[in-house]
Write a protein of this length. Structure first.
Length: 170
């Protein structure tokens, strides 16, 4: 059996560990396996960023939190939520261009070059929180659609009950 997401064939080692009932060596498994690619040490990368020296990161985080709070507070306004949703998705669509722009002008706002050619940093800082906010807005809109469907069905039942009572009276 060959795992397609790995670059190393573990079939012999897995059979060996199953036959001997030994504890598998997970560390060796994940270091040889290309599960996360070159970003396998993402938590250690996060701890290397000097967060106190990068105020723009706090501004981006505050933006995402404000959008989340705004969408929760204005959840009864579907047109506003739809507008915010399309703006967020447009911002996520522009992330490759933002990454290129930030990679060329990083000295203006950052102390170090974080913007790689694959766009992993902009994905973690910009696109992933935007997609989380977009999912939240989509859930809020779906809940509102569900409430509208329930209201519609109740109105239909009330109209049907009125018609039946009017027929009985006449």
């Amino acid at each position: 059996m060959r795992f397609t997401w790995c670059t190393y064939d573990f079939s012999h080692e897995l059979q060996f560990h199953t036959v001997r009932m030994a504890k598998p060596q997970y560390h060796r498994f994940f270091t040889r396996c290309n599960l996360f690619g070159e970003y396998a040490h993402f938590p250690s990368i996060c701890f290397q960023i000097p967060w106190r020296n990068e105020p723009w990161l706090f501004i981006v985080a505050a933006f995402h939190v404000c959008i989340m709070l705004l969408s929760i507070c204005r959840r009864a306004h579907p047109n506003f939520l739809s507008f915010i949703l399309f703006c967020l998705l447009g911002g996520c669509l522009c992330s490759p261009w933002l990454n290129e722009l930030a990679a060329t002008h990083w000295r203006l706002f950052a102390t170090d070059q974080y913007f790689d050619s694959h766009g992993f940093f902009i994905l973690c800082v910009w696109s992933a929180p935007i997609l989380i906010n977009a999912m939240l807005i989509t859930i809020l809109l779906l809940l509102q659609v569900g409430q509208l469907l329930v209201q519609k069905k109740r109105l239909e039942w009330n109209v049907g009950a009125r018609k039946k009572s009017e027929k009985k009276k006449s």
